[in-house]
Design a protein around this ligand. Structure first.
Ligand code: SAH
Length: 459
């Protein structure tokens, strides 16, 4: 077979990134847009020695799990890889992904993983509190916004993503019209010219506050006051700013924020805790599920009061403050200075005095504090980015011998890798629970509890 040839295949599995997997004569195919249970006509896109890639040409027999995607651009857009699959089946897919990674990379037999039922969403639509829309031009030279088509930087015009809030559409329209009237050009990646790169829009679900931050390839936005005036017409508008990004880069946000209108942040609430969120701070995108995620982390931490807890990769201190409600003292570590500013402000806002925050890399701050100040911990919580924990960080955690380690992971593959290290170094995996923060997408969040093995011989 060669490129563009067509063949029939039954889809028996799904890859981690949501492609259907099927076999013909022992050769494995990854078929984009096919769903487990489908029989499809597929067209070859690329072939390797032991496996190949193909695209869906025609559904011959639809899977019982197949549903009609609600979004008109579901197939082109890179965002929702699982929209053609029923939500129940999406959850099964995610649970299986966690189990596979913990078994394959973590070295635990699949049937011995202490998995608890995944926490699914009540409604997997309009749940995202954050969106970043790229700006560009269409063939007619009109200013457009939308989403990048999967793995490319071609913009698909779509201002009403069904995962995002309804206000996005109105806000984008105001920005587009403003740009047209004031002859402000969208950024052109090829020539590194033009001004407006992205619009970051965030909404605090508990308070209704809205934030707009325009990422610009320049130091300032002409007629910024006029744009601010127009955006204030949107109910809930609270913070308007620009982020300066003049680099040739795929990174969306620049490091510097220039405030245009409002306090420079919005305020949200999760459970009993109030949080201030700045444009550059990390904040979980799905508030309803975040509550379940943090409640699970808190439950796994098993706090009785009085414990010393370290929260590594703490962002704006969200988990730290959740834990501080029940602990003696919580110390948070985070690499982004603005997030730590928010974290400290959040502690003040909530009148919590039993928290302390450190700026720096977890893998540097923790060993340094351990060696110099002989810090200790009863419980350590980690919530690293997708690349997982640095080994230096895990090494220090193991030396500190906390009773419990709660690992919040956004990538079960790196969690699997770290499970292996922790199990080899005296920690047993006791509980694992998935939490679906990204309905219709392929990612899944996992909370894992490790407990120190008592009778281990510490050299
Ligand atoms: N626990 C927080 C944030 C989790 S996201 C929450 O739930 O909101 C991961 C965080 O780790 C981000 O804020 C990121 O800036 C931070 N980070 C990334 N690499 C880091 C490192 N090496 N050391 C410390 N923090 C890091």
């Amino acid at each position: 077979m060669k490129k563009n040839d067509q063949f029939t295949v039954s889809i028996e599995d799904m890859s981690e990134d949501g492609a259907g997997i099927g076999k013909t004569e022992g050769y494995t195919w990854f078929v984009k847009d096919a769903v487990i249970g489908d029989v499809v006509e597929a067209g070859v896109t690329k072939m390797k020695k032991n496996y190949g890639f193909a695209r869906l040409v025609k559904i011959l027999e639809p899977s019982p799990y197949r549903v009609e995607p609600r979004c008109p651009v579901a197939r082109q857009c890179g965002g929702c890889q699982l929209q053609a699959m029923s939500y129940e089946e999406q959850l099964r897919f995610k649970e299986k992904k966690i189990r596979n990674n913990l078994s394959r990379l973590g070295g635990i037999p699949a049937d011995q993983i202490p998995m608890e039922p995944i926490m699914g969403m009540e409604n997997p639509w309009r749940y995202r509190n954050k969106a970043q829309f790229p700006f560009g031009k269409n063939k007619k030279g009109e200013i457009i916004t939308g989403f990048y088509a999967g793995r490319t930087h071609d913009i698909i015009e779509q201002e009403d993503c069904l995962l995002g809030v309804e206000e996005n559409k109105e806000i984008l329209e105001i920005i587009r019209n403003f740009m047209k009237e004031y002859k402000i050009e969208p950024y052109d990646e090829k020539n590194h010219s033009g001004l407006v790169r992205h619009a970051l829009i965030r909404k605090a679900f508990a308070t209704g506050e809205l934030m707009v931050c325009l990422v610009i390839n320049g130091r300032s936005l002409p007629a910024a006051g006029e744009l601010a005036k127009r955006l204030q017409a949107v109910p809930g508008m609270t913070s308007i700013s620009c982020s300066v990004n003049q680099e040739k880069t795929n990174v969306i946000m620049g490091r510097e924020i220039v405030n245009i209108w409002g306090p420079g942040y919005i305020t949200d609430r999760i459970g009993e805790v109030t949080y201030r969120i700045s444009p550059l701070s990390f904040y979980q995108v799905n508030p309803a599920q975040t509550k379940k995620l943090y409640d699970t982390a808190l439950e796994f931490a098993g706090l009785k009061g009085g414990e010393t807890v370290w929260d590594l990769y703490c962002g704006i201190g969200t988990i730290s403050l959740f834990l501080a409600q029940k602990a003696g003292k919580v110390c948070g570590v985070e690499i982004v200075p603005q997030s730590i500013e928010d974290a400290r402000e959040n502690a003040r806002l909530n009148h919590m005095e039993n928290v302390e925050f450190f700026v720096g890399k977890a893998e540097e701050v923790l060993p340094e504090q351990y060696e110099k100040n002989h810090i200790r911990a009863d419980v350590i919580v980690v919530d690293p980015p997708r690349k997982g924990c640095d080994e230096k960080c895990l090494e220090t955690i193991v030396k500190m011998q906390p009773e419990r380690l709660v690992y919040v992971s956004c990538d079960s593959a790196t969690l699997g890798r770290d499970v292996k290290y922790l199990r080899e170094n005296g920690y047993e995996l006791k509980r694992v629970r998935g939490c679906d923060m990204f309905g219709n997408g392929v990612h899944v969040e996992t909370v894992a509890l490790f407990v120190r093995q008592e009778n281990r011989n510490h050299n």
